[in-house]
Each structure stands twice: as C-alpha cells, then as structure tokens.
Design a protein around this ligand. Structure first.
Ligand code: FAD
Ligand code: SIN
Length: 540
C-alpha cells in the first residue's frame, strides 16, 4: 500500500488528525485491534480547557507548571492551554456530545486544578469522543481505516535497497496483517505515530491491553530521541478488586472527578489522612496522593484504602457517574451506601518520543502525537485531564505543518513515493521458525511486569533500580535472540516492545538521582535543581 499520510493508532490523537489531514490528502489509519480499543476509549474525567468567566489561561498554565515540578516546557504548556477552547470546538464540530446544564458545558474539577475546567461526557468522556470521531471517519472517502494491522517497525534507511541519505528518515512501516499472518509494507509520504502509552509494563494498570508502548519502542529502534521515561504516573484511585487475577492487568478506574465532586480518602479504619500530606487534601496532584496512599497501606499492612462518596449524595452519584456506579455495583459495592476500596495503579506514560512544538520528531518525515510523545507539556507529572487536550493540540499542530508543506512540496512527495515502491525491501522471514514456545513468551511478560511493579513503582531506590536493570537486560537479550529466529506474531511483537520500554524506564530512572514529581527515590529524597532541572534523553 502507498499513501500520502499514514497514521498509526485510532485513539484521539490519530483519529482527530486523520479527519483534518483528509481535507487535502489520502490517509491510511491502521490500528492493531478493533478500532475503538485505545486508552482514549476508557477516559473518564474529561478534557481540561479554560471555558468559563471565572477561569483564565494564566491559571491553567500555572496549575500545569506547578504539577510538572519545574521541567515543563513553558511554550508547550502555553500552547495547549491557549488552543484548548478551539480544540473543544473542534470536538463538538466532529459530533462529540459533552455534558451540559441549561445549554452550557458542565465544568468538573480534578486534582491540581485551581478552577472547575474539566469538560466531560458524564464519566464516559473517552467513549463518547471515540464514537464521534469514528462515526465521522466511517463516511470519509479520503480515509481508509484498517483494523488488526500491527505496526512492526518503521521503514528507515536500512530498509532501502539503494540508500538515500545518512540522516535518519522514515518512509512508512512494516505491518503485520493479523488476519493473514503476513507482514506488508506501507509506504507513506509522512508517517505519524499515535500509538498511545505503555501502562502494560506494570502488573496493575488502568490501561487496556493495547498499551504496550509499541510506538515508543519502534521510535527508539528507528533513532528517535526518547525523553523522560522515568515519569510514570500512578493514578491514586483504581478499584481494588479481590477477584482480579493476573491474566488481566487492566483495573477499573475511579475517576478523580469523584474526588472533585467531594469524595474523600480514608484509611481502612475510616479516618481521613490526606491533610497530613498536603493542604489540598484528597485533591492534591496525583504524585502526592498516590505516595500518601502507598505510605498508608505500608503502615497499616492493608491492601487498599477507601474512597468515601457520602458527601456527594446518591442522586448526583448515579446521575454523574453512572459507569462507575454500575461497575462497582457489579463488584458488590453500592457506592451510594458503601465506601469504595481503592489502590494506586499505573496510569499514564509522561515520557515518550521527543517532539518539537509542530509534532516533528528528530527523524525526517516522522511525526508523533498523544501519549506516545514527550512534548514538554507534562514535565515530571501530568496535570489531570491535560492529556486528551495535549493529543488534540499536537495533532492539530501536525495538521498545520503538513498543510503548509502539502501545497509547496506536493510533486516532490509523489515522486518520492513512486520511487520508494521499488526501493524498499519486502519483509523476509525465510528460514524463521513458527514459535511453539508460548510458555516462554507468557513467563517473560509476567516477569517484566513483576520486576517493574516490585522495583520501579511509586517509591524507588538505587539498589532496586540496579536489580531491575540487571534482570531486564538479561530478558531483553534473551527476547532479542528469540525474536531474530522466529516468525512474528502479535504476542512476540508486544513482548519485544514491552521489554524495550521497561528497559528505557529503568535506564531513565537510574539517570535521575533526585526526587521530582512522579520519580521518588528514597535514597535521593530531595529535588536537586542544580543538577537535574532538565529532561532525561536516551537515544539508541
Ligand atoms: P490511545 O488512545 O491509547 O490510542 C492508541 C492507538 O494506537 C490504539 O488504537 C492502539 O490500538 C493503537 N496502536 C498501538 N500500538 C499499535 C501498533 N503497534 N500497531 C497499530 N496500532 C497500534 N486523559 C485525560 O486527559 N482525561 C481523562 O479523563 C483521562 N482518563 C483516563 C482514564 C483511563 C482509564 C485511562 C487508561 C487513561 C485516561 N486518560 C485521560 C489518559 C488518556 O486517555 C490518554 O492519554 C489518551 O487517550 C491517549 O490518546 P492517544 O490517541 O495518544 O492513544
Ligand atoms: C480520571 O478521570 O481520573 C482520569 C483523568 C486523567 O487521567 O487525566
């Protein structure tokens, strides 16, 4: 296949960009599973944007910078905040139906925000966004969306028969057509990674199984700069389910909007504790709340704390949080009468492929948007509900950049694509074995998650990180050896990406010998601005 624009991923970043690019070019979107399956689809709280008279851009900027603990790129923060209202309009134009009261958007509150500014669709914001964007795409003649196409690797100089240039550049991808089992090449003028985050490197995560960090791993292999991978956000309140088994690591989220509406955290014996950690109590930024819960659980030896929703009232709970109400009820908890057992779980990958303010990576013709990136917006800790916003704003930036280029360079791009069709090697798996070693794959996957959860979680230290490094390095080498002689499958590709991303998190964490935002080192408990007021960048 060939196309002007190849978008990898069908979450908010990929779909909103595809719709905009289709105004002037042919777009292929590929996605590794069923089209709505994405982190976006599970987003609950909403999108942060300044939409009320009582709010101000400067306040949203201040909240974001404070949360990011000194290393946000202020220009990137300003960009998402100032373009926020326009992005909400774009989503509405695409058909998203947000919650309203008397015609005006209802604005919720979440941790770290000094004003009510979270635009939402009850507690199913992401599902509503996916529905709207996918329905627009289904009637768009310039967009072809292929489900069950798994991007394996980016096509770069090393995949060309006649080498073109020394600087890293991208010409499309190799993708596994999951239904036929064949690897196909897709040649593209521009390739955009919108593959989301990597919560699946941990045992317990709010992320669905697709979140295996494929884009970050592919970008790393292709020579992209990977930044700030040590900053993994743990959401303080995932539902604690005694029946969770290890085969499914996705846990159900209890949105921060529930605390925004008045719920408070309590110990197992029913006592409030957050006032001992931060003056904003249960609505402090996530790093503080997650660490406080972790510390309370360690003190009490209990496997969870409670979220008490009594102050919200039964009627409001059922009306504004119908999804959370139904889920908890199905697990035996009536939230209008009982407290909810909650624990922190891996939630958001703040680091990723480094981009500039136009969404460009350091590899020519390769762009990235959404959770796969490090744009400078989140710094050491993401402010709640800033990620859907970041994805919309940076996809829009890519659209603007490509629109300009389209009209000036159209014929050059077409010639390039024509020439590349015969110049890119086909995928060659002659002599490769079909694996029957499923036990090896599933054991490795479990071990990666265990190492990350045990040694690279909310509280870290040098000894734990060194141990994690040794184990992950060994697994990485073993998996590479196995990969090099085996025909690809989804399970094997995901395992290869998981181990790569886990390794990047560990290496980045080892480089930051201080505590900042989400990265807390018990042997370096203090923030060290003299040495670490900077991004951690790793390049292959
Ligand atoms: P995703 O939505 O994750 O989409 C990635 C896409 O890439 C998927 O379609 C996936 O299948 C595809 N893909 C991945 N790898 C490959 C591959 N190798 N080949 C082909 N396709 C591939 N943020 C907020 O701002 N507000 C919230 O209220 C909020 N709530 C959240 C609640 C939950 C439970 C979770 C998990 C996250 C929440 N977040 C929230 C975070 C936010 O949802 C994500 O950061 C955001 O949706 C990411 O969008 P994305 O388009 O970058 O990636
Ligand atoms: C939530 O609803 O608590 C999630 C919001 C977010 O991750 O931004």
């Amino acid at each position: 296949m060939t196309t002007d624009y190849l978008v990898i991923g069908s979450g908010i970043a990929g779909l909103s960009l595809a719709l905009k690019l289709s105004e002037f070019g042919k777009v292929i979107v590929i996605t590794k599973k069923q089209k709505s399956e994405s982190n976006t689809n599970y987003a609950q709280g909403g999108i942060a944007a300044v939409m009320s008279e009582e709010d101000d851009f400067s306040l949203h900027i201040k909240d974001t910078l404070e949360c990011g603990a000194g290393i946000c790129n202020e220009k990137a923060v300003r960009k998402i905040v100032e373009e926020g209202p326009e992005m909400i309009e774009d989503l509405i134009r695409f058909g998203t139906k947000f919650s309203r009261e008397k015609g005006s958007l209802t604005l919720g509150k979440e941790g770290g925000h000094s004003r009510n500014r979270i635009i939402h669709a009850k507690d199913l914001t992401g599902k509503e966004i996916e529905r709207a964007l996918l329905s627009r795409i289904s009637v768009n003649k310039n967009i072809k969306l292929f489900e069950y196409y798994f991007a394996v690797d980016l096509l770069t100089n090393k995949n060309l028969k006649r080498k073109k240039e020394k600087a890293p550049a991208c010409y499309g991808i190799y993708a596994l057509n999951v239904k036929t089992g064949k690897v196909e090449k897709i040649i593209a003028g521009k390739t955009i990674l919108a593959t989301g985050g990597a919560g699946q490197i941990y045992l317990h995560t709010t992320n669905p199984p697709i979140a295996t960090g494929d884009g970050i791993a592919m970008g790393y292999r292709a020579g992209c700069e990977i930044a700030n991978m040590e900053f993994i956000q743990f959401h303080p309140t995932a539902f604690y389910d005694q029946e969770t088994d290890d085969s499914s690591s996705q846990v159900f989220l209890i949105s921060e909007a529930v605390r925004g509406a008045g719920a408070v955290l309590k110990t197992i014996s029913g006592k409030e504790f957050m006032h001992r950690y931060d003056k904003r109590k249960s609505l402090a930024p996530r790093d503080i709340v997650a660490r406080a819960i972790d510390s309370e659980m360690k003190k009490s030896g209990e496997p969870h704390v409670f979220l008490d929703t009594e102050k919200i009232g039964a009627e409001k709970l059922k009306k504004e949080f119908p999804n959370i109400y139904r889920h908890c009820l199905s697990r035996g908890i009536d939230i209008t009468k009982q407290m909810i057992p909650v624990v922190p779980a891996a939630h958001y990958t703040c680091g990723g492929i480094k981009t500039d303010l136009k969404g460009r990576t350091n590899v020519r013709n390769l762009y990235a948007s959404g959770e796969v990136t490090m744009t400078g917006v989140h710094g050491a800790n993401r402010l709640a509900s800033n990620s859907l916003l970041e994805a919309m704003v940076f996809s829009n930036a890519i659209f603007s950049d490509l629109k300009k280029e389209h009209f000036s360079e159209r014929s050059r791009t077409e010639n390039n694509i024509r020439e590349l069709k015969s110049n890119v090697y086909d995928w060659n798996d002659d002599g490769m074995e079909n694996t029957e070693e499923w036990i090896l794959i599933s054991h490795n996957k479990k071990e990666i998650k265990e190492v990350m959860s045990d040694y690279v979680g909310i509280v870290r230290n040098t000894i734990r990180l060194e141990r994690a490094y040794r184990r992950m390095k060994m697994m990485k080498d073993e998996i590479k050896e196995f990969y090099d002689k085996t025909k690809v499958s989804v399970e094997l590709l995901e395992l290869r990406n998981l181990v790569t991303v886990a390794f990047l998190v560990i290496r980045s964490a080892m480089l930051r010998k201080e505590s900042r935002g989400l990265h807390f080192m018990s042997d370096y408990p203090v923030r060290d601005d003299r040495n670490f007021l900077k991004d951690t960048i790793i390049k292959k």
